[in-house]
Design a protein around this ligand. Structure first.
Ligand code: TYC
Length: 101
């Protein structure tokens, strides 16, 4: 650890600043949600490029799950709500979960 890191640590300790817990937001595979819809979700709510979104979607399709991003709790919870809401609106059974990193 550098002196600067030690100083930062001491300051944080004194101010009781804790690193926030981080959460992985993951998509789960299903047999019904169209691939294009999953790609759209990843672009719309997780700011992925078309190429990135396609890779993550195919990973989920192949392995059953895939990570969309890592966020603090409030943001992760909001992402879950947005995905659930948008999927229900379009009558797709797409499932999204979060898990502490
Ligand atoms: N398995 C779906 C299909 O074949 C595609 C899919 C990918 C669904 C990722 C959900 O999270 C998912 N149409």
């Amino acid at each position: 650890m550098s002196n600067q890191q030690i100083d930062a640590h001491l300051v944080a300790e004194k101010a009781k600043i804790k690193r926030p817990k981080l959460y992985k937001v993951m998509l789960l595979n299903d047999d019904y949600t169209p691939m294009e819809f999953v790609v759209m979700i990843l672009q719309k709510f997780f700011s992925m490029s078309g190429e990135q979104a396609t890779q993550v979607m195919l990973k989920v399709h192949r392995d059953g799950f895939g990570v969309c991003g890592i966020f603090v709790k409030d943001v992760a919870t909001t992402k879950l709500e947005l995905v659930a809401g948008f999927s229900r609106e379009h009558q797709h059974p797409l499932q999204c979960t979060m898990e502490e990193v």
